[in-house]
Design a protein around this ligand. Structure first.
Ligand code: KE4
Length: 432
């Protein structure tokens, strides 16, 4: 493989200054690249499936801003909708027709969502859904799963995935013991453990929250009957089932994982794609639950910029573009081309990898064994991942700097970019 040493002087200089002003030089830890031993690149612009860093290096982007950019960057429909809206003001702190339009689109497409509240991030969506579940049931305990990440809300930063797993942070200082002990974290795909938890604490458990297809320990596929089992056991104990679809919502189907699997949770958390790259989160579900949220009901949640007109505009334009016939079949086909090609390349290089993929989200694990929960994900060879990551970046392939994240594809990734990525993977495997 021709070794291309990236010229990143401007990124380095920016990072040096950023570190004097921003913790770790980044506004979100996983971007720092600590896990792969590299300083972050500062991005100057993005278009389609490409990013350019501030030194002018071009990359094919498989991070897609950690999921939101399912149409690729600077999609013409999104850009023109924002351009048309921008001179009408950026924020009013008052209701607009736009938030009603986005709410209508979400409630039409996501099977279990009868009513929805906009917030500004996935974390806020999860925090609000958990508070609602606790308020509606009068119970305190929450069940989550090891390796699942539900944002940085206090109750959920227990045995979390994503950046917490990437940085190997054991627990997190600053979370009151009284709160942390209200969270029970169990192995994903382990219904027996769930049954045991309900046997011991059933009447205290407000809700089970789950990423229906986890993306934060890398992609892990729910085993046959696991999600159905969660639905059944929560119903039996008058607990609520919360699907955290911040990643899977509008990613794996027009109605998320709940449409794909035909399971109706009581509450759903959304984010990423519904903002089209601008800050949007949302939580919604059964009307009888959502009507307990202020000002309709007593459970308080609020936000200065919730329903922001520009964010709504980008979200509406994104969901509209995703309605194009065949979009999800095309995304799935692209995912298959990419990961089948990478599997073949690894096999011919004698490198053991496992790929877990659903549609246009997937993860490559350096292991010869199945990856079905956090323990098996953590057992993978992260050192090999680090080497692979570096070699891919040197060839112009931009991956998440963590073994515990997803590769995301967009409608902007064309056959040529996928073939090139496979070629780069072949070169990288050969030099491992
Ligand atoms: P945000 O608060 O970052 O918008 O969403 C939190 C969140 C909630 N639920 C799920 C399933 C999520 O994946 C996330 C955030 N995802 C991570 C990456 N896997 C965001 C990247 C980052 O932290 O910078």
């Amino acid at each position: 493989m021709e070794k291309r040493t990236l010229q990143t002087a401007r990124s380095k200089a920016m990072f040096k200054k950023a570190r004097t002003l921003i913790p770790g030089g980044v506004n979100s830890p996983v971007r720092a690249g600590k896990a792969v031993g590299m300083d972050p690149l500062f991005i100057g612009k993005a278009e389609g499936c490409n990013l350019w860093d501030v030194d002018g290096n071009k990359y094919i982007d498989f991070v897609c801003s950690w999921g939101p950019m399912i149409l690729g960057h600077s999609h013409p429909d999104v850009v023109s909708a924002l351009a048309e809206r921008i001179d009408k003001g950026t924020s009013y702190g008052a209701p607009t027709e736009l938030e009603v339009q986005l709410a209508e689109a979400i409630t039409k497409l996501v099977p279990s969502v009868e009513m929805v509240r906009m917030v500004n991030s996935g974390t806020e969506a999860v925090m609000s859904a958990v508070r609602l579940a606790r308020g509606a049931t009068g119970r305190d305990k929450i069940v989550k799963f090891d390796g699942c990440y539900h944002g940085h809300g206090d109750s959920l930063l227990v045995s979390a995935g994503s950046g917490v797993a990437t940085l190997g942070i054991p627990g997190c200082p600053g979370i009151p013991e009284g709160l942390a002990c209200s969270t029970i974290s169990l192995p994903f795909n382990d219904l027996k453990a769930v049954a045991a938890a309900f046997k011991s604490h059933g009447r205290e458990i407000a809700a089970v929250i789950v990423e229906p297809i986890p993306g934060n320990m890398g992609v892990v596929i729910p085993e046959e009957g696991f999600l159905e089992g969660l639905r059944e056991i929560t119903l039996r104990h008058d607990s609520l089932l919360i699907f955290d679809e911040v990643i899977t919502g509008f990613r794996v189907s027009p109605g998320g994982a709940q449409l794909l699997f035909g399971i109706l949770p009581d509450l759903t958390c959304l984010g990423k794609i519904i903002g089209g790259g601008l800050p949007v989160g949302a939580y919604g579900g059964r009307r009888d639950l959502m009507e307990q949220v202020a000002p309709e009901g007593p459970i308080y949640q609020a936000g200065t910029l919730s329903g922001n007109p520009l964010a709504m505009t980008a979200g509406i334009a994104t969901l509209k573009a995703l309605e194009k016939a065949g979009t999800y079949r095309e995304l799935d086909q692209k995912g298959e081309i990419l990961f089948e090609g990478i599997l073949k390349a690894a096999s011919s290089a004698g490198v053991n990898i496992v790929v877990n993929r659903v549609g246009s989200m997937g993860t490559l694990f350096f292991t010869g064994k199945a990856v079905k929960d956090f323990a098996s994900a953590k057992a993978c060879d992260t050192d090999k991942f680090r080497q692979f990551y570096t070699r891919m970046l040197q060839q112009g392939i931009y991956l998440a700097p963590s073994a515990f994240e997803c590769w995301f594809l967009s409608t902007a990734h064309d056959e040529e970019s996928l073939r090139y990525a496979i070629e780069c993977a072949r070169n990288s495997f050969a030099s491992l």
